[in-house]
Design a protein around this ligand. Sequence first.
Ligand code: C5P
Ligand code: MG
Length: 161
Amino acid sequence: MSGEYRTGLGWDVHRIVTGRPLLLGGVAIECDFGLDGHSDADILSHAVTDAILGAAALGDIGMHFPDTDARWKGADSLRLLAHAVSLVREAGYEIVNIDTTVILERPKLKDYRLRIRESLSATMKLAVDCVSVKFKTAERVGPVGEGRSAEAQAIALLAKR
Ligand code: C5P
Ligand code: MG
């Protein structure tokens, strides 16, 4: 490794609706609502994808996977993440670790933590202990706190080979 390190930040928000699944890092959460969007609305996978693309200065998720491109139509977000991982590796970077936070008022998510970490780590071909997933409520304040939306944040560290 050359000793060059790069960090990247990712963030996403989707509206809460009924009649849609709630997917976080590719894991289906048992819940009476889901997230709206053209895609599967997996906010956590989207935030992680933007974090690694950002660290490599490779643009953002909408640039690589426009919803007008038939190739990615209906694609699950883990497939987009896996493709972003390959772009980052082709650009000469190894992913050192990612850290994430999902902000959602309910349900309690902590029992899903390991499954979500395992799902992301398998998709990214990264050790599970390099993938951190945290959860927060918004203390009943603002759109997230009022149960109208959910957010995810991610940060990634890359090392140049
Ligand atoms: O938001 P708050 O600080 O009250 O969250 C306390 C803890 O509850 C978090 O550290 C997290 O472990 C858990 N939590 C959760 N599911 C959520 C929100 C928080 O498991 N939707
Ligand atoms: Mg999204």
